[in-house]
Ligand binder design. Structure first.
Ligand code: MN
Length: 386
């Protein structure tokens, strides 16, 4: 296989998981703006996700969020997905939208609140059994706002205990993906603030526990690709929540703010063997002021472009330059790949997959936007419940 053919083959098998919540209404803590045609239930979210997959060919799974996507019959929801060429992806838990969680969930000082939170996580595993989902994705809003508010170390003990109980409940082919975030909603301490804390818990739990890197969950200037390289080296990178940030957890379209950073991250994924299917490439974004479906299509394309550039790095030349201590030469090899226009290559990939080479234009022509505005009248639009 030529190098170009190998790059194309890798791009055809890459899968980007889209999040159900990106199809619903969202906003900031100031205002949620409703858009016409937004799904009113999980089935309609899947219908929109199927459109994204139909246009891009590489978005075959959809992450669910419980309770935002609660239904009576999860097996039926999985069949609805299957009928549209999709599968249900990661199940995301929610232990942050109940009055009981004011002081935390699995780290709460009160054992009865911790019990309630763990029961929710166990229910999420039951849902995974029904949907065939492989990954349980955990993010905790737990933390404190003031020095002395709670015992930092005791909260870690409670966290470890909760995670261990849920880990025990996982099936052989199910994984626990633990996400970290440096701050917000808590402002003094956060119980899983960084990759080191997440890694320490996952290491203790066992091989089915992995760390999720949400690209928006770091302090400015953090070298995210270093974290990715390290986690891959340790066999502990479970996946990504892709999005981009200018300030904090902005949840903007991945690759919009800093395509160079996304390229550097994807280079470490390629370098570290992360294209094997073990690393979940998930989007975790909200589209507050822009049209949702084309924004998701664009995001998938941005991941593909960064991946194509990363796959195009001349690794032999890079290794040689690195070995020779050729600082500028090594940098040039990487920059050459970043500066390559991979859009013609991706158009070819799509044509070979039987797709329109321009998914954005194909969406605009498809009539889907007009159809959902006309048909989704009445009922209550889905939103994130903030
Ligand atoms: Mn996330």
């Amino acid at each position: 296989m030529t190098e170009r053919a190998a790059v194309k083959a890798a791009l055809k098998t890459q899968a980007v998981e889209t999040p159900s919540w990106a199809y619903g209404n969202s906003g900031t803590r100031f205002k949620v703006f409703a858009q016409q045609g937004v799904p009113r239930d999980p089935r309609e979210k899947l219908d929109d996700a199927a459109k994204v997959h139909e246009l891009t060919g590489v978005a075959p799974t959809v992450a669910l969020h419980i309770p935002w996507d609660t239904v009576d019959d999860y097996a039926a929801l999985a069949r609805h997905a299957e009928d549209r060429g999709l599968r249900l992806g990661a199940i995301n838990s929610n232990t942050f939208q109940d009055d009981d969680y004011r002081l935390g969930s699995v780290c709460h000082p009160d054992a009865s609140v911790r019990r309630k939170a763990v029961d929710h996580l166990l229910e999420c595993v039951d849902i995974m059994d029904a949907t065939g989902s492989k990954d349980l994705k955990l993010w905790f809003a737990d933390g404190t706002n003031y020095p002395g508010q709670d015992d930092i170390r005791a909260r870690q003990d409670r966290l470890a205990e909760a995670l261990a109980e849920v880990y025990e409940r996982l099936g052989d082919d199910q994984r626990m993906l633990l996400e970290y975030k440096l701050f917000e909603p808590a402002f003094y301490t956060t119980d899983v603030p960084d990759w080191g804390t997440a890694y320490a818990h996952c290491l203790r739990l066992g091989p089915k526990a992995r760390v999720v890197v949400d690209t928006g969950h770091h302090a400015p200037g953090t070298n995210i690709e270093f974290i990715v390289a390290t986690l891959l080296r340790e066999g502990k990178l479970g996946g990504f929540d892709f999005n981009s940030r200018f300030y904090a957890d902005d949840d903007l379209m991945v690759g919009a703010a800093d395509p160079f950073q996304l390229f550097r991250i994807m280079y470490e994924v390629v370098r570290g063997g992360g294209m094997s299917g073990d690393v979940a490439f998930m989007l975790d974004q909200c589209h507050n002021v822009e049209s949702k479906i084309p924004a998701i299509v664009r995001s998938v394309m941005n991941v593909q472009e960064a991946t194509a550039k990363a796959l195009s790095v001349d690794r032999d030349a890079l290794r040689a330059a690195q070995r020779d201590g050729d600082v500028l030469g090594a940098n040039s090899v990487l920059m050459d790949a970043f500066s390559t226009d991979v859009r013609p290559l991706l158009r070819e990939v799509r044509e070979e997959m039987g797709l329109d080479p321009d998914p954005m234009a194909a969406y605009a022509r498809s009539g889907w936007a007009e159809k959902i505005v006309a048909e989704r009248v009445g009922g209550e639009q889905a939103g994130w419940g903030a």
